[in-house]
Design a protein around this ligand. Structure first.
Ligand code: ADP
Ligand code: NG1
Ligand code: MG
Length: 425
């Protein structure tokens, strides 16, 4: 539905006009998978598919939330003041409340400061498919809330500050993500991908070669990352790997993310990868793990849905993270050199690593990636967290075969889109 249609729908629902429209894109990650939460750079682009929120202030002490697709996403009303500070597993509107709470945290708002709002939400990012529909909701809700709480579009809030607070805020739904999605969806400019660095957050634009075409296909499977524990398990296992490396080197450090561990050890990712290969066990029971690292070190690695794990897969997780971290810079350089063959090779290596070492793929996904390669793709890999969802596939311009374009799994050809925007209407 176009903006005019949404304005009419908003009026029908709330018997008043909408005041602002916030639009936030999804993203496709080109390379750098499952390493943002270890502090390593990633290289995504924003996509055209997006979440749109129309809103207006409300005199009632309520946040009323409706979705254009009210069959799948029923309406809800939150009475204010609300002490909402998270929900696991989340309902669809909890992603919005994460963004809302993130802004209240930023503004240090007291209960009496919570402002009523009426919202109409619609989204075109395929959900639970690795294109980060979740963060498009969180970020759009955060900017909407900022406007209604302060009366300003951005005010003193920089885009980097908004992205950092949204990354933190999305953890209210229970995933221990690293911040790639929110940064990509907020900081992107049309026409360029971004290499994003964390702690502190910064980004540099990446021009993609003119003759490179990125296709996005959906394997048909989906998983909600906040309703399952697979995502957080990987985060936990990687962090445990780091604690073992520190212990082995007898280095006392607060480091938890693998990039910080590598800094504490004074080693680059390639050297860390070799160390993981020699000192980290393949699998270990909790009991045996506690003979290597102490309870306090283990606690730093756990979350609400991994605290009861009794065994851990370790070596392969560490090998993936350090290997993938090296691929991001190589991919950036290959983009600058216009070396499509090398870009494709890095995508392929990334997929193998995600599938074999990180165990974040599925048979159906591996089959689709193999099919794309058979059809002449230069490279193909799952994108986003995985366990189904989408793959990003590189072709040379003019060389995408009909078999891909006509495949029922074909979604779109992706050109870098612009990040979040707020428009008064
Ligand atoms: P993704 O890879 O798309 O980010 P997540 O598992 O992180 O997948 O989040 C998906 C969840 O986001 C859905 O289960 C749903 O609750 C919410 N969501 C996504 N798109 C929409 C939408 N258009 N309307 C309402 N909720 C949505
Ligand atoms: P998805 O599931 O694709 O939205 C998640 C994390 C990212 C990143 C990727 C894997 C959140 C909000 N998103 O993205 O931070 O870790 O997986 O690279 O947690
Ligand atoms: Mg998500």
């Amino acid at each position: 539905m176009d903006l005019e249609g949404l304005k009419v729908k908003f009026h029908e629902l709330y018997e008043k006009p909408a005041q602002i429209c916030v639009r936030c894109p999804g993203r496709v990650n080109l390379i750098g998978e499952h390493i943002d939460y270890h502090g390593y750079d990633v290289l995504p682009m924003a996509i055209e598919a997006c979440c749109i929120i129309l809103s207006a202030p409300s005199e009632s002490n309520q946040i009323r939330i409706s979705n254009l697709d009210d069959k799948n996403y029923p309406s809800t009303t939150i009475s204010l003041p609300s002490d909402w500070k998270g929900a696991t597993p989340p309902k669809w509107f909890d992603y919005l409340l994460s963004g809302w709470r993130g802004i209240l945290d930023l503004l240090k708002s007291e209960d009496q400061d919570q402002k009523g709002m009426d919202l109409l939400v619609t989204g075109s990012v395929p959900e639970s498919s690795g294109l980060s529909s979740s963060s498009s909701l969180v970020c759009a809700a955060a900017l909407t809330t900022y406007f209604h709480q302060t009366g300003k579009s951005f005010g003193e809030l920089t885009k980097e500050a908004l992205a950092e607070l949204c990354a933190k805020a999305e953890r209210y739904v229970g995933t221990m993500g690293g911040g790639m999605d929110q940064a990509s969806e907020i900081l992107s400019n049309a026409g360029q991908a971004l290499q994003i660095s964390f702690n502190p957050l910064s980004s540099v634009p990446v021009s993609l070669p003119e003759n490179a075409v990125f296709v996005v296909m959906h394997c048909g499977e989906r998983v909600n990352k906040a309703a399952t524990s697979c995502f957080n398990q990987r985060v936990t296992e990687g962090k445990i790997c780091g604690q073992i490396l520190l212990k082995h080197a007898n280095v006392k450090s607060d480091a938890v993310r693998l990039k910080d561990v590598s800094a504490a050890l004074g080693k680059n990712p390639e050297e860390c990868k070799q160390l993981v290969d020699t000192v980290v066990p393949e699998e270990i029971s909790k009991e045996d793990l506690l003979k290597i690292v102490d309870e306090q070190a283990l606690d730093k690695c756990l979350s609400h849905n991994t605290k009861d794990m009794t065994s851990f897969t370790l070596k392969r997780r560490g090998l993936h993270v350090y290997g993938e971290a090296s691929r991001v810079d190589q991919f950036h350089r290959a983009c600058e050199a216009g070396d499509l063959n090398l870009m494709g090779k890095l995508l392929d290596e990334g997929h193998q690593s995600l599938s074999k070492l990180y165990e974040a793929s599925t048979e159906v996904m591996d089959e689709m990636v193999g099919f794309c390669k058979d059809q002449g793709a230069l490279g193909a890999r799952l994108t986003g967290a995985g366990w189904g969802g989408c793959a990003v596939i590189l072709f040379e311009k003019g060389k995408i075969p009909e078999s891909i374009l006509e495949d029922k799994r074909f979604l779109f050809i992706s050109s870098p889109a612009s990040g979040i925007s707020l428009q008064k209407i």
